[in-house]
Design a protein around this ligand. Structure first.
Ligand SMILES: C[S@@+](CC[C@H](N)C(=O)[O-])C[C@H]1O[C@@H](n2cnc3c(N)ncnc32)[C@H](O)[C@@H]1O
Length: 421
């Protein structure tokens, strides 16, 4: 199996294990009954994922070898109180063969092969439209999906995800990992997301998002980014969130990020979409160009909260449970640990504070945070600095204090105290 996309079918990237682990933890958190539900920040919330008592439709839209879809069917579906319908799509026929093989032969799951096509329209069904997603035998996809008795079934669809998302019934959870930019794929998913549905994005176009090539960021996201500004990593995450926010608002929906993070090779965001003009307006208002403490004007980007703490806490618990799972391979345990640490870092950051953070220079970040809090300010270590897998590696602090107060506090904690007596 190829480790690089494009060289042969069935791209499987072990470096993306962390990403799959994050997605699994987040999906488990979303399915958990309990109080992660989006609230505040305009979220309204309270309704959870999908409609109570109905099957939940899960879509791994760029599935490649089906690694994530298979794990969802194996690990999440059996624990879910509602039927879970897992669909894995890939545009590449060989990837679909591999995903089916992976699900059926290697993991003993039931597999249904489907393909999306534009069917000729006869007089009888002309009103229903010409587009259909069919099983190989010709039956329509939508009615079949609702009637599967168990969660341990994976539908493998060979199709362009952008077309499929319009042809199939809405998915409560859709994951996009297209290799490269999500930008050109987001719109249809935002248009089709049901109320309360989750969209999960994994973008590997770090050359644009991490501002190695600012003109590529401008092209893909219409955003100004600067690598020379120390907040480049957070800015990239916020630009991806902003792209989803704009697409949601365009389709009369609001969006609330539940978890957003940056790792070395990818930027990942999972967000909840909510129908309604008021939610769309609140969301659109939070997309803005924002000045960093170093004076760069970056964006347009998402200026609202990047995380929903209860959701992130539930995801971190799910990652911890995966880490402790009996019989898990060493690689899976390591990935679950990395996911847990990354979620923990996100949890320690302060979602209610404004974008961007200050460098603490030679001062201890923990001491700076404590001194700011002593003065009545909010402060937390930014999750967007240092090594994502190493707790305590961030040396940047997010706060609602002014730059002057921050500088004074840094001086205070670095100035040696006069010796007593
Ligand atoms: C980065 S890989 C996905 C990796 C996978 N999520 C994993 O965890 O291993 C991207 C996949 O998207 C597929 N792809 C690219 N464009 C697509 C499209 N428009 N619709 C569906 N699949 C597409 C490619 O064939 C490739 O297999």
């Amino acid at each position: 199996m190829a480790a690089q996309p494009g060289s042969s079918a069935g791209f499987y990237n072990p470096r993306m294990r962390l990403n799959r682990e994050l997605c699994l933890s987040e999906l488990k958190a979303a399915l958990r009954p309990g109080p992660w539900r989006a609230q505040g920040g305009g979220g309204g919330g309270g309704e959870g994922l999908g409609a109570e008592g109905h099957p939940l439709r899960i879509f791994d839209a760029f599935a490649s070898s089906g690694a994530l879809a298979v794990r969802i069917a194996l690990e999440v579906a059996p624990q879910c109180s509602r039927p879970l319908e897992v669909t894995a799509a890939d545009i590449d026929a060989q990837c679909c063969d591999l995903a089916a093989l992976n699900a059926r032969s290697l993991n003993g799951l039931r597999v249904r092969r489907l393909h999306a096509l534009v069917a000729p329209c006869d007089a009888a069904d002309a009103d229903a439209g010409a587009a259909a997603t069919t099983e190989a035998g010709g039956a329509s996809l939508a009615p079949r999906l609702a009637s599967d008795p168990s969660g341990a079934l994976v539908r493998v669809v060979c199709a362009d995800a952008r077309a499929l998302v319009h042809l199939a019934s809405p998915f409560e959870y859709a994951h996009l990992d297209p290799f490269g930019s999500c930008a050109q794929h987001i719109d249809g998913f935002a248009a089709r997301a049901p109320h309360g549905g989750l969209i999960s994005l994994t973008a590997t176009d770090t050359s644009a998002l991490y501002a190695h090539y600012p003109r590529v960021a401008r092209r893909a996201y219409a955003a100004t980014l600067e690598r020379s500004d120390a907040n480049w990593r957070e800015a990239g995450v916020r630009v991806l969130c902003g792209a989803l926010a704009v697409a949601a608002a365009r389709h009369g929906k609001g969006m609330q990020p539940l978890h957003s993070c940056a790792a070395a090779h990818f930027v990942h965001v999972v967000a909840r979409l909510e129908r309604g003009a008021a939610a769309a307006d609140r969301t659109a208002q939070l997309v803005a160009t924002v000045q960093t403490p170093d004076g760069a004007a970056l964006g347009p980007l998402w200026s609202g909260a990047l995380n929903e703490p209860r959701f992130v806490a539930a995801a971190a618990e799910a990652a911890a449970a995966a880490e402790a799972r009996e019989g898990a391979s060493r690689e899976d345990v390591a990935a679950a640990r990395e996911a847990r640490l990354l979620l923990k870092r996100s949890l320690e950051d302060a979602p209610a504070l404004p974008p961007f953070s200050f460098a603490t220079s030679d001062a201890s970040p923990a001491a700076v945070v404590a001194a700011l809090r002593d003065r009545g300010f909010s402060a937390a270590r930014s999750a967007f600095d240092g090594d994502a897998s190493k707790p305590g590696s961030s040396r940047r602090v997010r706060t609602d204090a002014t730059a002057e107060v921050f500088a004074e506090v840094v001086r205070q904690v670095t100035t040696p105290r006069p010796a007593a007596g």
